[in-house]
Design a protein around this ligand. Structure first.
Ligand SMILES: NC(=O)c1ccc[n+]([C@@H]2O[C@H](COP(=O)([O-])OP(=O)(O)OC[C@H]3O[C@@H](n4cnc5c(N)ncnc54)[C@H](OP(=O)(O)O)[C@@H]3O)[C@@H](O)[C@H]2O)c1
Length: 253
């Protein structure tokens, strides 16, 4: 076993459970908690020099405020939240321990860390930041260090825009009111690929998507551009402006 134990609050759920497995396979002793199972926070903190918060976005600040003050200065408090500015700010305020914000850019259905992006946001303490960088890189991840604000700006663009687009297509399809068999009979391969993504988003618990979209202070610019470009496309299509549409598709910007 490695020289420190890892506690994951929310380790009975999706990404927390995934990392419990990863850390376990990397030789660490791991303790997971859910709302109704696992060690109490004081017990967890006593045993684990690394405590990771991996609970739904809306519940994250309250959990950080509960566990943060219990950690000694030489421990690490980390989180897996999909947004970073607020959790890192909350962790810095709640604890005297070292702080690292972490966002794994994949979901619990991912087979391994190999080739996956992991963002680390420095909070307090270079030693633990370095240890986490090495640990994830050893597992094959592409580790990027960024400020929490830079992370949220980038996620508005990559994750926010992706989910926004999926939700809009899903809502439009829902309003069309077609039954599944008819849609399937008229589907193209690319439609089926998109439909599978829509099914995943609309089939899952909405908490993650609600948090990612409504909780990111940087999403406004993306929404404005999306709306502007949808209006632009609509104008060209409705007016059958084929030259204008072709010009727009051709241009890189
Ligand atoms: N899923 C992803 O693809 C993904 C990827 C990257 C980052 N993240 C981030 O990881 C975090 C967890 O997401 P998830 O998808 O893994 O969620 P999840 O599957 O719903 O699991 C949530 C975990 O938190 C616990 N929990 C729920 N409400 C709680 C509360 N009020 N107080 C304390 N614990 C609570 C649950 O315990 P019970 O056993 O009691 O249910 C469970 O262990 C989120 O911040 C999310 O943004 C998710």
């Amino acid at each position: 076993m490695k020289d420190f134990e890892i506690g994951i609050i929310g380790g009975t759920g999706g990404i927390g459970r995934w990392f419990a497995d990863f850390f376990g396979k990397s030789g660490f002793s791991v303790h997971v908690t859910g709302r109704r199972e696992g060690l109490s926070f004081p017990e967890l903190v006593k045993r684990c020099r690394v405590v990771i918060v991996s609970v739904p976005i809306a519940a994250t600040p309250a959990v950080i405020r509960q566990v943060g003050p219990l950690l000694p200065a030489d421990s690490l408090l980390m989180d897996f939240t999909s947004l970073k500015a607020e959790p890192v700010r909350e962790m810095m305020a709640a604890t005297e321990a070292n702080v690292v914000g972490c966002h794994p850019l994949f979901g619990p259905d991912c087979p391994s860390l190999s080739g996956q992006n992991v963002i680390l946001c420095p909070g307090r303490g270079d030693l633990w930041l370095g240890r986490m960088q090495v640990l994830f890189a050893k597992g094959g991840a592409r580790v990027m260090v960024a400020t929490a604000e830079e992370h949220d700006r980038m996620m508005a663009l990559t994750q926010g825009l992706t989910h926004l687009d999926t939700l809009l297509m899903g809502l439009t399809l829902r309003e069309a009111g077609m039954d599944a068999a008819t849609l399937d009979a008229f589907s193209t391969p690319i439609f089926r690929t998109k439909q599978a993504i829509i099914g995943k988003v609309f089939g899952a618990s909405p908490d993650l998507y609600v948090g990612i979209l409504a909780g990111n202070a940087e999403i406004g610019t993306v929404l404005d551009r999306y709306e502007k470009n949808l209006a632009l496309l609509k104008g060209l299509i409705v007016n059958q402006d084929t030259a204008g549409l072709a010009d727009l598709i051709k241009k890189p910007d």
